[in-house]
Design a protein around this ligand. Structure first.
Ligand code: MN
Length: 355
């Protein structure tokens, strides 16, 4: 198995580049192990250098092995120039999605004889295939989320504000070993459940409502992401119906998720189930996304995505149906793509829970 640096350098010839520049913290972490918030890496076939500032002088040496480490109090790019890490005539690739335009202009000005070439998703495509160590961390993050879900169910009652539930999620995930929430938890009740990204508010949960909970944990940098929708008391027949539709779409997509399928083909499996029931126009987002050091990463599973799923991808499968003024349902699991099937990591139940 090639190291991450070797895998990156293996792309230099096809891309016709001599070096790759990394600034985005999750990509720096993936390539080097460095978890600081400020740094630049210059990777060449002859070696890799990481430049950061004085706040990280101790941490970077603990976290990064086999790289040239440079600390500066001034501009990171200035340090690259002072150390002559980039030579005239070099062609340097960078991630056009994360390097700022102002940084690009500064680089061009500081290194007039170097060519900087935007390349899309180079590090992310490597990071999309998880190794055993990464999968173990994601499993742990998912376990924390499942355990937390079971614990908060008894706390969901009419009169309890959504924000109370969000606070309990954060507290319990941390008590179970999470270093952070994966993102600001979505706790959306009643009509608000029709907002796919309804952050928790002071609204009190009421009887007869759907309640969507979408949250995740971070464990050693790796994210989990789960959604469940529950019923609080007796809900309308149409709410029950959309629950059944979303559940069957989610299960059909899980059945189809395996190596060799493209993102848009998998998206179409779930969307097709929802279309047959007449709810297609109420499913307005993509089916899923990769998870890892970022909460949203490659591969994407959307109507547009040509990404070919391969073993070791870890993705979410999360169809939803959202009907204004009635409410919404989303069910989301994290799965590992295998050769002939996928492994669902979440253990939380998927039948409609009536609280
Ligand atoms: Mn998600």
């Amino acid at each position: 198995m090639l190291s991450r640096l070797q895998q990156l350098c293996a792309q230099f010839d096809p891309f016709r580049i001599d070096a790759f520049l990394v600034t985005f913290p999750p990509h720096l972490r993936y390539m080097s192990g460095f978890t600081g918030s400020n740094g630049v890496a210059i990777i060449t076939k002859d070696g890799a250098a990481l430049i950061t500032d004085g706040r990280y002088s101790v941490q970077v040496r603990e976290q990064v092995r086999g790289w040239k480490i440079l600390i500066t109090q001034g501009s990171l790019f200035e340090k690259i120039r002072a150390q002559r890490l980039l030579k005239p005539g070099m062609r340097v690739g960078f991630d056009g999605n994360t390097v700022l335009y102002s940084q690009f202009l500064a680089l061009k000005k500081m290194f007039p004889k170097v060519k900087f070439l935007p390349k899309a998703d180079v590090v992310e495509k490597l990071a999309a295939v998880k190794d055993a160590n990464e999968i173990a961390k994601i499993r742990r993050a998912v376990e924390i989320t499942d355990t937390t879900f079971a614990e908060i169910l008894p706390l969901i009652k009419p009169g309890v504000p959504e924000l109370d539930i969000a606070a309990e999620i954060s507290y319990r995930q941390r008590k179970h070993g999470a270093e952070a929430d994966a993102f600001e938890s979505i706790v959306a009740s009643g009509e608000r459940s029709a907002l796919p990204h309804g952050r928790a508010t002071f609204k009190k949960i009421a009887n007869g409502e759907l309640l969507t909970l979408d949250f995740g944990a971070v464990y050693e940098g790796y994210h989990s992401d789960m959604t469940r929708t529950v019923a609080v008391g007796r809900i309308k027949p149409e709410a029950k119906k959309i629950y059944a539709v979303v559940r069957s779409a989610q299960e059909a997509a899980i059945e189809a998720a395996k190596s060799g399928i493209r993102g848009k083909e998998l998206d179409a499996v779930a969307r097709g189930v929802i279309r047959k029931k007449g709810y297609e126009k109420f499913f307005r987002h993509s089916l899923g996304h990769g998870i890892g050091l970022q909460i949203h990463e490659q591969p994407r599973i959307s109507v547009m995505s040509t990404a070919l799923l391969v073993p070791g991808n870890v993705v979410t499968i999360e169809p939803g149906v959202y009907i204004p003024h009635l409410g919404g349902v989303r069910i989301e699991d994290d799965v590992i793509i295998g050769e002939t099937s996928c492994e669902v990591l979440n253990r939380s139940p998927k039948e409609l829970l009536v609280l």
